[in-house]
Design a protein around this ligand. Structure first.
Ligand code: OGA
Ligand code: NI
Length: 339
């Protein structure tokens, strides 16, 4: 049918023409795509993977010095087994095997919503002393991620038949998080039944820009009910949709269920995988209701309006507290697919 057939997930070159129509097609179908032509330099992504290896290669005791003291605040290091992403879908599973390191926006006391629960998203970053280049690489990548995701939401607005700056008022103080996920399987370590690198979930916010290495572990749940591996092509980044986009578009676009299978040692040798998501969440106070271009008398809104930040916060906190999220915060039939 189109030039998007064949590769999974489809590759979209942002420098080509007809990008909005391609985005609409893949978002209706898989909810994941790869992008080329994003302009993020290879040496920056290589540097990020290198500092990630150096940071996570340290002893647990050293890494724990850089963890957040408050469960509401996602900053710094999080250890193996302290999060369970499936709890965000109100599912109980053994905790995830990944380690993480997160950064985000620093306090913005001038914003009115800063004085609500939103302030948890605007917290001072935690910067370890080693490796020396971690801070610089993450801040440089933050700027790049921000630029690319902004371009993506502009193209998404066009794809939905809206003005290109439609999402602007919803994203000018977006509570984004940049995170390094690290999966390491050492000899002798095993996974419990039902335990994952990251348990099945949908992302919570608008969309995620995902830089991943080429170790197969990420899987998406396709429309025909199969878990399919996703390995990005060299130089490509992944983009996937979160729940807020599914709600905005009345499920025209999918927030696709995905998971990361356990990365375990084989032949007595350690194995590792790294992935670097930039979660684009939208403003805390974004009022998310069915878009005018995604409803008709025959297709009434399926979801009541919500405040974006409350949705994201409820799910994020449930994952970190290892308690089932409020069932209303799941979207559509996503969790039912796993029952
Ligand atoms: C996530 C996630 C996928 C990956 O961090 O939300 O789904 O490939 N990561 O690690
Ligand atoms: Ni995810």
């Amino acid at each position: 049918m189109s030039n998007l057939d064949g590769v999974f997930p489809p590759v979209i070159d942002l420098a080509s023409s007809g990008v909005p129509a391609q985005i609409d097609e893949v978002c209706r179908d898989v909810g994941f795509f790869q992008i080329l032509g994003h302009g993020i330099p290879d040496d920056l992504t290589a540097e990020l993977f290198e500092v990630a290896d150096e940071f996570f290669g340290q002893d647990l005791e050293e890494k724990m010095r850089w963890s957040s003291q408050q469960v509401e605040v996602e900053r710094g290091y999080s250890a193996k087994g302290t999060e369970g992403f499936s709890y965000s879908l109100a599912l109980e599973q053994p905790p995830d095997l990944m380690e993480g390191f997160s950064v985000g926006l620093e306090p913005l006391p001038d914003r009115p919503e800063f004085h609500t629960e939103a302030h948890y998203f605007f917290a001072p970053n935690i910067w370890p002393d080693r490796p020396a280049g971690l801070r610089e690489a993450m801040l440089a990548y933050w700027d790049e991620g921000n630029r690319v995701i902004h371009r993506i939401t502009t193209l998404m607005a066009l794809a939905l038949g809206l003005d290109e700056d439609y999402f602007e008022p919803f994203t000018d103080a977006s509570t984004d998080t940049l995170r390094i996920n690290y999966f390491e399987g050492r000899p002798g370590e095993t996974a419990l039944p039902g335990q994952f690198g990251i348990g099945p979930h949908t992302d919570y916010g608008m969309c995620t820009l995902l830089l991943a290495d080429q170790v197969p572990a990420l899987q998406a749940y396709t429309k025909d009910g199969q878990w399919r591996y996703i390995v990005p092509r060299p130089g490509a980044l992944l983009v996937n949709l979160g729940d807020l986009m599914a709600r905005w578009t009345n499920d025209r676009w999918r927030s696709t269920l995905h998971r990361v299978t356990p990365v375990l040692a084989s032949d007595g040798r350690s194995r590792r995988r790294r992935s670097i998501p930039f979660f684009h969440e939208g403003n805390f106070d974004a009022y998310v209701e069915c878009l005018p271009t995604c409803t008709s008398p025959a297709n009434p809104p399926r979801y009541p309006p919500i405040t974006g930040g409350q949705h994201v916060f409820e799910k994020a906190i449930a994952s970190r507290e290892l308690r089932k999220a409020d069932a209303d915060s799941t979207v559509g039939d996503r969790a039912e697919a796993l029952a």
